[in-house]
Design a protein around this ligand. Sequence first.
Ligand code: NDP
Ligand code: 8X3
Length: 251
Amino acid sequence: MSAKTALITGATSGIGAATAKYFAKNEIHLILCGRRQERLTALKEELKNHVNVHTLSFDIRDKSAVKEAIENLPEDFQKIDILINNAGNAHGLDPIQDGNSDDWDAMFDINVKGLLYVSDMIIPKMIAQNSGHIINIGSTAGKEVYPKGNVYCASKHAVDAINQGMRLDLNGYNIRVGAVNPGMVETEFSEVRFKGDSEKADKVYQGFKPLQADDIADIIHFVVTRPYHVNIADLVVMSVDQASSTVVNKQ
Ligand code: NDP
Ligand code: 8X3
């Protein structure tokens, strides 16, 4: 394969699925990851006439599953040019004194440690091939802390630090590293945060025009299609109605 190949974590919904579709339209081959195999299969069916698609179903918290999946990629998918570290979620929105330690574990295990497990498998390949592009999906929650956001914000601040650390340590290896940090995007994010309470989730995006997953996918595609010497290091993107995590112009 001469065209580029991207591995996208969290490709079964929201920003990851939208990015897969943008990449396919623009002839970037795909390795799509997530736990829900039926969604990965449906996306593969939709995109396989445009590009080569391989699916990997694993829980990003499971270090050995991550290792086994990426070590056993078919020959055609072993050269990975672009890594989109996107899988992640918030679990709960509670004051710290009422927080649930299982939620805290989930957020650090997925958003931080899972991102590291995948990166750990891909970075040596990029070093060996002397090229690559890693995009870490952070958040405005990684730039400021909002009330009840405590541990989710901490996990995204960790992503911000890891993004900076990766860029420093990989300097000299011809690998681009950058973060895209969205504000409020209407995806399954709040549905997961509120554990399936769709009424509560829908309210988050009512009364203003939130970002859509396609808006972020378009930006990610822009980032990966700059001339190779151009590395977009850190982008914050919000709806015109959002000025900060807590200031949203709701009607
Ligand atoms: P979605 O809930 O729509 O998508 C989350 C994705 O992460 C799914 O594909 C899900 O796949 C995957 N994922 C979650 N847990 C695991 C796990 N244990 N193992 C493997 N994959 C997992 O949310 P978004 O698209 O909004 O979120 C994508 C990223 O964007 C996240 O990192 C989020 O923090 C960040 N973000 C979102 C914002 C928003 O407002 N929506 C704003 C700023 C950042 P599956 O369940 O199939 O495993
Ligand atoms: C998601 C942004 O503000 O909904 O990372 O927590 S927010």
